[in-house]
Design a protein around this ligand. Structure first.
Ligand SMILES: NC(=O)c1ccc[n+]([C@@H]2O[C@H](COP(=O)([O-])OP(=O)(O)OC[C@H]3O[C@@H](n4cnc5c(N)ncnc54)[C@H](OP(=O)(O)O)[C@@H]3O)[C@@H](O)[C@H]2O)c1
Length: 186
C-alpha cells in the first residue's frame, strides 16, 4: 500500500511510521518536517498536498494540537486552538481527501482517551477528541468508493506498550475495519 502519514516526526509518528514502512510505501508530511509540507489547519494546504501526492491507499493523521488547562481559566480561544487544528484539520483531511484516495482506501484519524475518559484539566482536549470520534462514526456511514475511516484513541503513549499502539493503527489500515474507535490502553 501507499500510505500518507501526517505527523510522522511526532511522539506517535516516530513509533508508527517505521512499523508501517516495513511493509508499505510511506510518504510523510508535516508543517516543517516530512517528505512534503502541509498545515492541516488550512484547507488550501490540504488540497495542495493531495494534488502533489497521487494514488494514496491510506491516509493516517497523527498530528494536531489542543489545549490542556483547568476549566476556571479555559477560554474560547483555547478551545478554538484544538477545534481549528486537531478537529477541523482532521475532518478536512477526510472531506478533501475522499476525492483523492484510491478506491477501498482508508483514513485513520487520532483522537485520545480524554474524549471519553477525561481527567481534570482536559475539557479543551475532550471537546476535540469527542468531536473527532463522532465525526468519524457519522462519516463512516457515507464514505464513497469503498473508502473506510477509523479513529485510533490512545491513552498517554508513555503508558502504552509500543506494539499495542502500532497494532491499533494497523487494525485500521489493514483489517477492513470501518467506523471504529480503536481504544488503546484504557
Ligand atoms: N502523545 C500522547 O501521549 C497522545 C495521546 C493521545 C492522543 N494524542 C494525540 O495524537 C496526536 C499526535 O500526538 P504526538 O504526541 O505524537 O504529537 P507531537 O509529538 O507534538 O507531534 C506532532 C506531529 O504532527 C506534526 N504537526 C503538528 N501540527 C501539524 C499541523 N497543523 N499540520 C501538519 N502537521 C502537524 C508535527 O510536525 P511539524 O511540527 O513539522 O508540523 C509532528 O510531526 C495529537 O493529536 C495528540 O493530541 C497524543
Amino acid at each position: 500500500m501507499k500510505i500518507l502519514i501526517i505527523g510522522a516526526t511526532g511522539a506517535i509518528g516516530k513509533i508508527v511510521t517505521p512499523a508501517l514502512a516495513q511493509k508499505h510505501e510511506v510518504i510523510t508530511a508535516g508543517r516543517n518536517s516530512g517528505d512534503i509540507q502541509v498545515d492541516i489547519s488550512s484547507a488550501d494546504s490540504i488540497k495542495a498536498m493531495f494534488n502533489l501526492v497521487k494514488n494514496i491507499d491510506a491516509c493516517v493523521c497523527v498530528a494536531g494540537d489542543s489545549h490542556t488547562g483547568d476549566l476556571a481559566t479555559l477560554t474560547e480561544e483555547n478551545l478554538n486552538l484544538g477545534i481549528k487544528n486537531k478537529l477541523i484539520g482532521q475532518a478536512n483531511l477526510v472531506l478533501i481527501g475522499q476525492n483523492y484516495l484510491n478506491d477501498n482506501g482508508s483514513f485513520t484519524l487520532t483522537s485520545g482517551k480524554m474524549g471519553d475518559k477525561p481527567i481534570k484539566n482536559a475539557a479543551g482536549k475532550a471537546i476535540v477528541n469527542g468531536g473527532i470520534n463522532s465525526f468519524m462514526m457519522a462519516a463512516s456511514l457515507e464514505m464513497p468508493r469503498g473508502l473506510r475511516i477509523n479513529v485510533v484513541s490512545p491513552s498517554k503513549i508513555s503508558d502504552i506498550p509500543v506494539n499495542d499502539l502500532i497494532d491499533g493503527y494497523l487494525k485500521s489500515i489493514e483489517n477492513g475495519t470501518n467506523g471504529e474507535i480503536i481504544k488503546i490502553n484504557y
